[in-house]
Design a protein around this ligand. Structure first.
Ligand code: 6PG
Length: 246
């Protein structure tokens, strides 16, 4: 399977969430029929809240018992903290669907040592995907967002994690927020069968134009997500796509 890139522009954020849910369900059902399970790394931040709420409301009968949820990144906070991506997903989705608790693999970021939390999550991935030595997991779907600075997951511009080529998960010091974040690394993102970015809002329009239509040196982190053999899908609302020429 060669890599491909698709850009879809939706009228409003609600149309974006509906399109993202349709893609989630399509990829999930294909994965389950192909290999009896659907593995997904969920995005944090605020944009995907609308997708998770849509899935919780419209897709209660989705085969959640064959769906395994991971996180693309997590803040270095307890699971009940306002900043926790797990808390956001739990409130918008997990509490509202029937998914076995064992199918949800959160980052135990309450661990005082961010590096230990990253190592523990990496071990969970290795065990779940039955990885040997230097293999990388291939998620059926990785959902990502993008910040106005071009970061994705917790891969921020000029941060150490961007250089990581062998670890699956690292604790990345993010100067901008003066905190560690635990994040999947670029090799994991680029081993996915499909990566779908969900980007909405006019505050992202400048960066969307740069990421999708220009080449920066060094490239923005979001530009470095190019699945080696997988599909790359950008789901944008019209506000985020406002400066695109194509
Ligand atoms: C996080 C995400 C991060 C997010 C972007 C966009 O933990 O916050 O992993 O990469 O996707 O910052 O965030 P918004 O969707 O809130 O704009």
């Amino acid at each position: 399977m060669s890599s491909s890139r698709t850009i879809q522009v939706l009228h409003t954020p609600d149309h974006l969430f509906a399109a993202a849910a349709e893609e989630f369900v399509r990829v999930g059902k294909d994965a389950i029929s192909a290999h009896r399970r659907f593995t997904v790394a969920l995005s944090g931040g605020s944009t995907p809240r609308g997708l998770y709420a849509f899935l919780a409301k419209q897709h209660k009968k989705f085969p959640w018992d064959q769906t395994f949820l991971f996180f693309g990144d997590e803040r270095h906070v307890p699971a009940d903290h306002d900043e926790s991506n797990y808390r956001m997903v739990n409130e918008t989705l997990l509490k509202k669907i029937r998914i076995p608790a064992g199918n949800v693999h959160r980052v135990k970021a309450e661990n005082r040592d961010a590096h230990a939390a990253a190592a523990e999550y990496e071990e969970d991935l290795r065990r779940f995907f039955e990885l040997k030595n230097d293999d990388f997991p291939s998620f059926d779907l990785i959902l990502l967002g993008m910040g106005p600075d071009g970061h994705t997951a917790s891969l921020f511009p000029d941060s150490q994690a961007l250089k990581e080529q062998s670890r699956l998960v690292v604790a990345n010091w993010v100067e901008k927020v003066k905190a560690y974040r635990i994040t999947l690394t670029l090799p994991v993102l680029n081993h996915a069968a499909e990566v779908a970015f969900l980007v909405a809002g006019d505050d992202k329009a400048d960066m969307i134009e740069q990421v999708l239509e220009a080449s920066a040196t060094p490239p923005f982190p979001a530009q470095r997500v190019r699945p080696t053999e997988g599909r790359l899908l950008w789901l944008l609302d019209e506000a985020a796509a406002a400066r695109l020429t194509c």
